[in-house]
Ligand binder design. Structure first.
Ligand SMILES: [Zn+2]
Length: 67
């Protein structure tokens, strides 16, 4: 099984392979321990986006576990 990519602990965005820092939250912790994969195409029309405070289209984790 492939290794999970990292997700940002602040905005929950799933980061591209080999990236371990969110471009919008450079000081936020990241974690490869996350669950729930959602793709948000249009944040203004997505209930999940509103719940997670997502403003930018992309791939997100529903829950990010930061150790
Ligand atoms: Zn972030």
């Amino acid at each position: 099984m492939a290794k999970n990519p990292f997700a940002c602990g602040e905005c929950h965005q799933i980061l591209p392979d080999d990236i371990d820092q969110c471009s919008r939250h450079p000081s936020a912790p990241v974690s490869s321990d996350w669950t729930g994969y959602v793709v948000v195409m249009d944040p203004s029309r997505s209930e999940i986006a509103a719940r997670l405070n997502i403003e930018v289209p992309g791939s997100y984790a529903l829950k990010v576990n930061i150790r």
